[in-house]
Design a protein around this ligand. Structure first.
Ligand code: FES
Length: 372
C-alpha cells in the first residue's frame, strides 16, 4: 500500500463453539475470565498497553536497490535486505511493512516483491508533495546503502486462493495507480497456482502507472485502462463480468473503491476484499472539540474530518501512520470525555483504560480532553 485498509465484513450467523468444546460454565474458564477482567484494566493503567509480538519487533535493514518504476518518475521501488544478507521473516501476498523513518514518522507500505525471495523485501512509494511528508522523506533520504528500521511484515489484506481455502471460483483484481503494490504479489500467486484470474489496472495516464513492464508477462489477463484515453472507469469497466463465485481484490483511490462497493451491494455471491491507501470518509460524524492536555488549547473537529486531522493543525508532529484505525500509531490516552470507538484493534481493557485512536474514533458527546 501506500496506506491501507481491508474492510472485511464478516457476519457471524451462529455462536462460535466453546474453547475445545468446553462447557461455558467450566470452573477453570470462569476463574481465568475473572482474573483477566480484574488484572488487565489494572495492568493497563500502569504499563504501556502494547504487548510486542514478532510483527512489532524493530529490525534494521539496508537499502540495496532503488529504481524508478513509473515513467513520471514519481514512484520509486526500494529493495531492502538484512545487513548480513541473511534470511528475512517470511511474508505472503497482501502483507506490508511499517517503515520507521529517521524523522520519527512511521509509514506503512505494501510488500510488492516476490514472497519466495527470502532475502529481500521490496516496497514502492509514490511521492506525494502535499501529504504528511513520509513519502518525501522516503524519496529524498533513502538511497542505496541507507539503513532503514522496519516493523513487520504484517498482513491486513490476505489473499484466499480458490481451491486453497477459499470457496471462490475465480479472482478479479482491480488496482488504481500505486494500489498495484499489494496486488502485484497476488498476481504472482494466482498465476503460480494456475487460478482463473483477470485484472484491471487503471490510473490517470500510463506514465503514472508503476510496474507496467512487469505486468506485460501476464498478457491479456491484465487490462490497462487510463483516464486520459477512456475517461473515468465505470463500475462495469472496473469489475467486468461478475460471475457468481468471483472474489474481487482491489486497492485504489476512494472514488474507485466507492464505485466498486456500491455496485456490489446485495451481491452475496461475490466476495469483496479491498485495501485503502487513504483515510476512509467519516460516516455519521458530528462536530466536537478536543483539548490538548499539555497546553489547554481547544480545537474544533468538524463533522467530516477526523480528530487526528484537526489535532495535526495544532500539533503537526503528532504521530500517525495508517489513518484507518489499525496500526495504533495515533493511540492516545483520554483525560476527559466519553469516546465513540470506531477502530477494530483496541482491546476492551485498553478502552476501559481510556485509550482511543484519534484517526477514526470520535467524541461520544461534545468534548474530549487528550493526554497530548
Ligand atoms: S494512525 Fe493508524 S491507528 Fe490511527
Amino acid at each position: 500500500m501506500n496506506q491501507r485498509h481491508l474492510e472485511h465484513t464478516t457476519t457471524m450467523t451462529s455462536a462460535p463453539p466453546h474453547l475445545r468444546g468446553r462447557y461455558q460454565r467450566d470452573p477453570a474458564m470462569r476463574v481465568a475470565s475473572v482474573i483477566g477482567k480484574v488484572w488487565f484494566p489494572l495492568w493497563g493503567r500502569f504499563t504501556h498497553l502494547d504487548i510486542p509480538g514478532p510483527a512489532d519487533q524493530v529490525t534494521t535493514l539496508k537499502v540495496v536497490g532503488r529504481e524508478v518504476v513509473a515513467h513520471d518518475n514519481n514512484v520509486v521501488a526500494l529493495t531492502m535486505a538484512a545487513p548480513d544478507g541473511g534470511e528475512l521473516t517470511p511474508w505472503y501476498a497482501g502483507a506490508h511493512l511499517d517503515l520507521l523513518l529517521p524523522s520519527g514518522r512511521m509509514r506503512e507500505y505494501s510488500l510488492c516483491g516476490d514472497p519466495a525471495d527470502r532475502n529481500r523485501y521490496r516496497i514502492a512509494v509514490r511521492r506525494i508533495p502535499d501529504g504528511g511528508g513520509g513519502s518525501i522523506e522516503v524519496h529524498d533520504t533513502l538511497t542505496i546503502g541507507s539503513s532503514v528500521r522496519i516493523k513487520g511484515p504484517r498482513n491486513a489484506f490476505p489473499l484466499a486462493a480458490p481451491g486453497h481455502g477459499s470457496p471462490a471460483k475465480k479472482l478479479r483484481f482491480i488496482a488504481g495507480g500505486i494500489g498495484i503494490t499489494p496486488i502485484l504479489p497476488m498476481l504472482g500467486a494466482a498465476q503460480r497456482l494456475g487460478l482463473d484470474w483477470s485484472m484491471l489496472y487503471t490510473g490517470r495516464t500510463a506514465a503514472t502507472l508503476p510496474f507496467l513492464d512487469e505486468l506485460t508477462g501476464y498478457g491479456d489477463k491484465v487490462a490497462i485502462r487510463t483516464d486520459d484515453r477512456y475517461g473515468l472507469p465505470s463500475a462495469a469497466d472496473l469489475l467486468g463480468p461478475m460471475d457468481a463465485g468471483t472474489a474481487v481484490y482491489c486497492c485504489g483511490p476512494p472514488p474507485m473503491l466507492h464505485t466498486i462497493r456500491t455496485e456490489l451491494l446485495g451481491r452475496g455471491d461475490v466476495e469483496l476484499h479491498f485495501e485503502r491507501f487513504s483515510p476512509p470518509p467519516v460516516e455519521n460524524g458530528r462536530p466536537f472539540t478536543v483539548t490538548i492536555g499539555s497546553s489547554d488549547r481547544r480545537i474544533a473537529v468538524g463533522a467530516t474530518e477526523s480528530a487526528l486531522a484537526a489535532i495535526r493543525r495544532e500539533l503537526p508532529s503528532v504521530p500517525y501512520s495508517c489513518q484507518q484505525g489499525f496500526c495504533g500509531t495515533c493511540k492516545v490516552r483520554v483525560l476527559e470525555g466519553a469516546v465513540d470507538h470506531r477502530d477494530n484493534i483496541l482491546t476492551g481493557p485498553e478502552r476501559d483504560a481510556g485509550v482511543m485512536l484519534t484517526c477514526v474514533s470520535r467524541a461520544e458527546g461534545n468534548h474530549l480532553r487528550l493526554d497530548l
